[in-house]
Each structure stands twice: as C-alpha cells, then as structure tokens.
Design a protein. Structure first.
Length: 179
C-alpha cells in the first residue's frame, strides 16, 4: 500500500508541476499537423498499455491549426488518454479525432460518459466525476488542457451522456466559440 500511495503522490506532484509550468510557458505559434500528432499519440497509447490494442482510432486527415506544437501535443495527449481511461468494458473503444470547421476540433469516444449538468466542473483542478478509484488520475489533466487552450485564446467545452460517451470540442485561436 505504501508503494502505491508513494506512486500516486509522485504522479500528483508531477502533474502539479506541469500545471504550474503551463502558466508561465510562452506560446510559440506555428502550423501544427494535428492528424499526424494524433496518430503518433495513438501509437504511443497502444504501446505503453494506456489503451487496449483493439481500440479503434478514426483520425480525420489534414487537421491543421496554428498553435504551440508542444502544448498542442499536451492537449491531444490528455484528451486521448482520458478517452482510453474512461472506456466501457462491454464494447470496443472507438476514439474519433476530427473537426467541425477549420478551427473547431474534437476528440470523441464511446466511453462511460458523464452527467452533462457537471460538465464545467471537469475543467477545474482536482474535480473528478468518477471517483470510484478504478480510474487513475490526479484531477489536473483537463484543468491543464483548459489552461493551454485559453493561453492560445481558444475555448474548450464538452458534451456527454452517461453510458454513451463524450465529445470534447476545442479551438486554439479564433474559431466559433459556440457549438
């Protein structure tokens, strides 16, 4: 138990440090190929066991945006990891990465979902809607994603239904802030 607690504490400290760093990190804009980045992340999630080998990723081609490449990677990594963590056990996980317009992107899954009335809470530090202990995490990831998106002048929002899945929409710069 002590080893598990130590690992959890270490992860929390690491996540808090990442969260603090994004507050002071400068945004270096360039063109980012989100499709290529998503494919790279998907491969990594399968290799490190974060996502099951039979998970399906549908990644739209030619998803480009102006963003900081490193920070855009943190956004996609976190959203895709969460889709893997919050998967349902009764079906094959399907994660879609695409866009609604040239500036509005999404990560969608067919996972456990959450009650939409609590949708804004998930972007606050330490707020977790699934607290049964079976799903690992520190409660910092989505707060960090929101901070990164806002540093770019963008917005993030989510739509979800319990037992059906979730879709996280985001813009980096500009874009329609409405669904």
């Amino acid at each position: 138990r002590l080893t598990i607690a130590t690992k959890q504490m270490s992860r929390l400290v690491d996540d808090l440090l990442k969260f603090a760093r994004t507050a002071t990190q400068d945004v270096q804009l360039s063109e980012v190929d989100l499709s290529a980045l998503a494919h790279e992340i998907a491969d990594g999630l399968r290799l490190d066991g974060s996502c099951s080998e039979d998970a399906k990723f549908e990644i739209d081609p030619a998803l480009y945006t102006q963003a900081d490449p490193q920070l855009a990677g943190v956004v996609l990594q976190n959203l895709m990891e969460n889709a893997c963590k919050y998967c349902r056990t009764d079906q094959t996980l399907l994660i879609k990465i695409g866009s609604l317009s040239p500036t509005v992107f999404f990560v969608q899954d067919n996972g456990v979902g959450f009650d939409q009335q609590y949708g804004e809470r998930i972007f606050m530090p330490f707020e977790r809607l699934h607290s049964d202990g079976r799903i690992p995490g520190s409660g910092i990831g989505l707060a960090n994603v929101k901070r990164i998106i806002e540093k770019h002048g963008g917005r993030i929002w989510a739509r979800s239904q319990v037992g059906v899945g979730s879709t996280f929409y985001f813009t980096f710069i500009g874009g329609d802030p409405q669904e």
